[in-house]
Design a protein around this ligand. Structure first.
Ligand code: INI
Length: 159
């Protein structure tokens, strides 16, 4: 019997891309900070000169799948992290944006074989989003961990 598990160390030389939405950047900027803090503490070079990490900014969460697709298909990254915040109070098309970004991210992951971490908060209020982006906890940290785990797990799996 084989048992496969990812690890949480950046020493394996993972290359990571992060796609961040500018919309609600009060929230997404904090998610990014938490994510970078996690990656850095686990051995990923997060300096501006890093060859291990690239960051792409998009206008809103709706645009995340397209850019994630390009990055995942490039062959340069073992894992892509997406960060966004869709807040119901802000938009009558909340459901459209959420449906597109969630299905889009899943489709990119499956079609490219590159794990794409779904770090898009979907909340009813800005307060709820901020609570998840640093006021209570910072889910950006969790997304960083999940990226390390999935990137290393995929390298372990056969095929
Ligand atoms: N994009 C978000 O990331 N979050 C939102 O809450 C949001 N609202 O409220 O509309 C949002 N809209 C922009 C959308 O993602 C696209 O950037 C835009 O429609 C252009 O395609």
């Amino acid at each position: 019997m084989a048992s496969f598990e990812g690890t949480f160390t950046g020493a394996s030389g993972l290359r990571i891309a992060i796609v961040v939405a500018r919309f609600n950047d009060l929230v997404t900027g904090k998610l990014l900070s938490g994510c970078l803090d996690c990656l850095s503490r686990h051995g990923i070079d997060t300096a501006a000169t890093s060859a291990q990490l690239d960051i792409a900014w998009v206008p809103g969460s709706f645009e995340i799948p397209l850019v994630a697709q390009r990055l995942a298909a490039s062959g340069r990254y073992q894992v892509v992290i997406t960060l966004g915040a869709v807040i119901r109070g802000d938009t009558p098309h909340f459901d459209v944006v959420v449906a597109e970004v969630s299905k889009g991210v899943a489709a990119v992951s499956r079609s490219t074989g590159v794990p794409v971490i779904f770090g898009v908060l979907t909340t009813d209020t800005l307060q709820q989003a901020l609570e998840r982006a640093g006021i209570k906890s910072n889910l950006g940290w969790n997304y960083g961990l999940q990226a390390l785990e999935m990137g290393s797990l995929m390298a372990e799996l056969p095929g």
